[in-house]
Design a protein around this ligand. Structure first.
Ligand SMILES: C[C@H](O)[C@H](O)[C@@H](O)C(=O)CO
Ligand SMILES: [Mn+2]
Length: 429
C-alpha cells in the first residue's frame, strides 16, 4: 500500500492508537529526524579501499560473496552512497576509513595527510553530510604477522603510531571543515591464533602506543577519539590485545570514548546490556551496529530483538546525545547499495519503535513492582502499527515507502553497477 492517501489514512489511525497510550507521535518523529547514523563506507567495496592493493584484506576481516558491481574508485563509491542516502529518511553521516584516501601514486599509511581526503571533504560539504574517520591498522605488509601498535619491534610500532597520529590530524581537519566533531575510531586487530606465553607485554605496548598517538590535544569540537574492543577474530582466536577490559580501563583512565561493536563479544553477550553500565564511567559511546551470525560475521543489520533492545536502551536511558550510532557490516553476496538501505532503514525503524514506546508508563509499572502489567504492555506494543508511522515518515522525508526502494536499487544496478568490470571474487576471501 504505497498510495499517498492510504498512507495518510493509516497514519492518522495509528496516531490515535499511540495517543491512547499517551505517546506523542509527532514528537517521536521530530526526535528521529535529528538522529544522524554514521553509514560506513566499507560496505560499498568490501573493505578494499583505494591504495591500489586490491584483495589484500587481512587481520581477521573477511568479506564473502561475489555480487557484481563493487565500487572501484572514489567517484563510484560516492555515487553509490548518494543513491543509498536517497533511500534512507533523514540526514546521515559517512564513516570513512583511512585506506579510502585519494592517492596519486603510492603513499604509505604513515604519510597520509589532509590533502588525500580533500575530495571527500568537498563531496561531504556538497551533500551536507558530516564525516567520521578511522585509522586502518590492517591489510598492510607491516600488519601481516598480526601485530601493529602492540608489535615487539619498535620500528613497526612507530610506523603505526605515525599512522594513528596522521589520522587524528585528518579527523580534526574534517571536523573543522564541517564545524562538527569527526569521531575517529581506533580498532587495532593485534592478537594471536594460539595460546600466548605473555599476555601482559603486548597490552603494555598497546597502551603506550595509544598514549603517544593521543599526546596532542584537539578541540572536542573538531575530533573525538574512540577505542574499539574485540573478543576474538579469525587468526586471533586465543588472544586479542585490545580486549573489552583493556579498552574499558583505557577509556576511563584517559577520558576517551568507547566503541561497542555488536559482533565483538561472546554470541550470548549483548551490547544492549552494556550501554547503561559503560555510560556510568565513560563520557560518550560509539556503537558499531552489526549482526554476528555465530561469530563476528558482520552480516547486514536486520530487525532483530537485539537491534530493538539497543535502541530501546539508548532512548530509555535518555542517552541520545551521548551515544553515536555507526554501522559496521560488509556483505558482498547481495547488492551493496541495497545492503546499506536495508541495514540503515532497520536501525532507524528500531529507533522509531523505541521513540514510540510509552517509556514512562513502563518504568512506572516497574517501580511499582507491577511486572505483570509491564510484561503485558511490552507484548501489546509489538502489535502497534509501527509500519504506518514509518511509511508516513518516509513519505514526508521524500524517500521511497515500503519496499519501493528496492526497484530504485534494481534500476541503479542495471544502469550503473552491472556495467562495472569486476573480476568475480578477486576482492573477496
Ligand atoms: C572496518 C572496521 O573498522 C572494522 O570492521 C572494525 O570496526 C571491526 O569491527 C573489526 O572487527
Ligand atoms: Mn566494528
Amino acid at each position: 500500500m504505497t498510495d499517498a492517501a492510504n498512507i495518510h489514512k493509516a497514519y492518522e489511525l495509528a496516531v490515535e492508537q499511540y495517543e491512547s497510550l499517551g505517546v506523542n507521535v509527532q514528537n517521536a518523529l521530530n526526535r528521529l529526524s535529528r538522529i544522524a547514523i554514521s553509514v560506513h563506507c566499507w560496505q560499498g567495496d568490501d573493505v578494499v579501499g583505494f591504495e591500489g592493493n586490491e584483495g589484500a584484506l587481512g587481520n581477521g576481516l573477511a568479506v564473502t560473496g561475489n555480487y557484481p558491481g563493487r565500487a572501484r574508485n572514489p567517484d563510484e563509491l560516492r555515487n553509490d552512497l548518494e543513491v543509498a542516502y536517497s533511500l534512507i529518511p533523514g540526514k546521515h553521516r559517512l564513516n570513512l576509513h583511512a585506506l579510502y584516501g585519494e592517492f596519486d601514486g603510492f603513499v604509505d599509511r604513515d604519510a597520509i595527510d589532509i590533502e588525500h581526503f580533500q575530495g571527500w571533504i568537498d563531496w561531504a560539504r556538497s551533500q551536507d553530510v558530516n564525516l567520521d574517520f578511522n585509522p586502518s591498522f590492517f591489510s598492510h605488509e607491516k600488519a601481516s604477522d598480526g601485530f601493529t601498535l602492540a608489535h615487539a619491534d619498535s620500528g613497526i610500532r612507530q610506523f603505526w603510531i605515525d599512522h594513528g597520529t596522521a589520522c587524528r590530524k585528518i579527523a580534526a581537519a574534517m571536523g573543522k571543515a564541517q564545524a562538527n566533531a569527526c569521531i575517529n575510531n581506533f580498532w587495532v586487530p593485534d592478537g594471536l591464533k594460539d595460546t600466548p606465553a605473555n599476555r601482559k607485554e603486548p597490552r603494555e605496548r598497546l597502551a603506550a602506543s595509544l598514549d603517544e598517538i593521543f599526546t596532542e590535544n584537539f578541540s572536542a569540537n573538531q575530533t573525538l577519539d574512540t577505542v574499539e574492543c574485540k573478543l576474538f577474530g579469525i587468526g586471533s582466536e586465543s588472544y586479542v590485545v585490545g580486549s573489552h577490559e583493556f579498552y574499558m580501563g583505557y577509556a576511563i583512565s584517559r577520558n576517551k570514548m568507547l566503541c561497542l561493536d555488536a559482533g565483538h563479544f561472546h554470541p550470548s553477550e549483548m551490547i544492549s546490556d552494556k550501554i547503561s553500565s559503560v555510560l556510568m564511567y565513560v563520557p560518550q559511546l560509539l556503537l558499531h551496529v552489526s549482526r554476528g551470525v555465530r561469530w563476528d560475521s558482520d552480516h547486514v543489520v536486520t530487525y532483530t530483538d537485539e537491534l530493538q533492545t539497543i535502541m530501546q536502551e539508548i532512548v530509555r536511558g535518555e542517552y541520545l546525545d551521548r551515544v553515536h550510532i555507526g554501522l559496521d557490516f560488509f556483505d558482498a553476496s547481495i547488492n551493496r547499495v541495497a545492503a546499506w538501505a536495508i541495514g540503515t532503514r532497520n536501525a532507524l525503524k528500531a529507533l522509531l519503535a523505541a521513540l514510540l514506546e510509552p517509556t514512562e508508563m513502563l518504568q512506572q509499572l516497574e517501580r511499582e513492582g507491577d511486572y505483570t502489567a509491564r510484561l503485558a504492555l511490552i507484548e501489546e506494543q509489538k502489535m502497534m502499527p509501527l509500519g504506518a508511522i514509518w511509511n508516513h515518515y518516509c513519505q514526508t522525508a521524500g524517500v521511497p515507502v515500503g519496499i519501493d526502494w528496492l526497484e530504485k536499487t534494481r534500476q541503479y544496478e542495471a544502469n550503473v553497477q552491472s556495467l562495472r568490470e569486476v573480476e568475480l571474487g578477486a576482492a573477496n576471501v
